[in-house]
Design a protein around this ligand. Structure first.
Ligand SMILES: C[S@@+](CC[C@H](N)C(=O)[O-])C[C@H]1O[C@@H](n2cnc3c(N)ncnc32)[C@H](O)[C@@H]1O
Length: 230
C-alpha cells in the first residue's frame, strides 16, 4: 500500500502554492475536440485553462473539487465514473504516484476512451531525475517516493498491455530561479506530497538546510509526458 496524502487538509492552500507554475490552453487538446477528462484534476486549474466545450474533472477529494470551475465528479482513477467509449482525451497530471493501481487506471482509461482517443500523463519522475531539487534538502523524501513511483519503462509496458498503441514519452526540463525566502514559504505549507509524507523532524531539518542558502536557488523541474492512443 502506498503512503496516502490527505488532500482534504491541503485543498485550501493548494492553488496559492502552485501559483508560480503557469498553465495555459494546450492547442492540441483544444483542437482534438470531444470530451476531455482530467483524472486527479485536483482544483481543476489546468482543466479550466483548456476552455473546451465538454470537460469533466475527476478526483477522490471533494475538498479539492470544491475549487473546480465546471463539471467535477468524485471518483478514483481505478474505477472511473464514466460510460464506456464516452471520452476523447484522458489527461492525468502529477497524479499517478497516488493511484493504488496504475494498471487498473490504464484499463479504465482504455475503456472510457473512444477509438482514436488519447491518453496523456504528465508528471515528474523523481527516481529517474538526477536533478530533483527537493531531495537535496529533504533526503528522507526519496524513501517515500520509492514506495509510490513507478519507472517509465514499467508504465509504458502496462499501457501497451492494456491495449494502447503508439505509446511514447518525452522529457522536458525547465529551471527557475526562486528567492530562497519565497521557496521556503511555499514549502512550509507542505502541499507537496513528499513534504506531507515525511515526518516533522525530517521536514524541519530540510527547512534548516534551505535557510542556510542565501539569495536565490535554482528550482529545476523535469517533466515526463507519456502519450498513448486508443
Ligand atoms: C498533486 S495533486 C495534482 C492535481 C492536479 N492534477 C494538478 O496538476 O494540480 C494529486 C491529486 O491526485 C488525486 N488523487 C489521489 N488518489 C487518486 C486516485 N486514486 N484517483 C484519482 N486521483 C487521485 C488527489 O486527490 C490530488 O487532487
Amino acid at each position: 500500500v502506498k503512503p496516502r496524502t490527505d488532500y482534504s487538509a491541503i485543498a485550501a492552500r493548494y492553488d496559492g502554492d502552485r501559483a508560480m507554475y503557469t498553465v495555459g490552453a494546450d492547442p492540441e487538446v483544444v483542437a482534438h475536440g470531444g470530451t476531455l477528462v482530467d483524472v486527479g484534476c485536483g482544483t481543476g486549474t489546468w482543466l479550466a485553462a483548456q476552455r473546451v466545450p465538454r470537460a469533466i474533472g475527476i478526483d477522490p477529494s471533494a475538498a479539492m473539487l470544491r475549487h473546480v470551475v465546471g463539471l467535477a465528479v468524485v471518483g478514483r482513477a481505478e474505477a472511473l465514473p464514466l460510460a464506456t467509449a464516452s471520452a476523447s482525451w484522458v489527461e492525468s497530471r502529477y497524479c499517478f504516484h497516488h493511484f493504488d493501481d496504475e494498471r487498473a487506471f490504464f484499463r479504465e482509461a482504455h475503456r472510457v476512451l473512444a477509438d482514436g482517443g488519447v491518453l496523456r500523463l504528465v508528471n515528474v519522475m523523481p527516481l529517474e531525475d538526477p536533478d530533483f531539487t527537493l531531495y537535496d534538502f529533504f533526503p528522507e523524501a526519496r524513501a517515500v517516493d520509492e514506495r509510490r513511483w513507478r519507472r517509465s519503462d514499467e508504465l509504458v509496458a502496462w499501457m501497451k498491455a492494456e491495449g494502447f498503441v503508439d505509446v511514447t514519452y518525452s522529457v522536458a526540463s525547465t529551471t527557475t530561479r526562486v528567492a530562497v525566502d519565497d521557496y521556503v514559504a511555499i514549502l512550509r505549507s507542505r502541499t507537496i506530497s513528499q513534504l506531507a509524507l515525511i515526518d516533522d523532524d525530517a521536514f524541519a531539518r530540510g527547512v534548516g538546510r534551505l535557510a542556510e542558502m542565501e539569495g536565490t536557488i535554482t528550482d529545476s523541474a523535469t517533466v515526463w509526458t507519456f502519450r498513448a492512443r486508443r
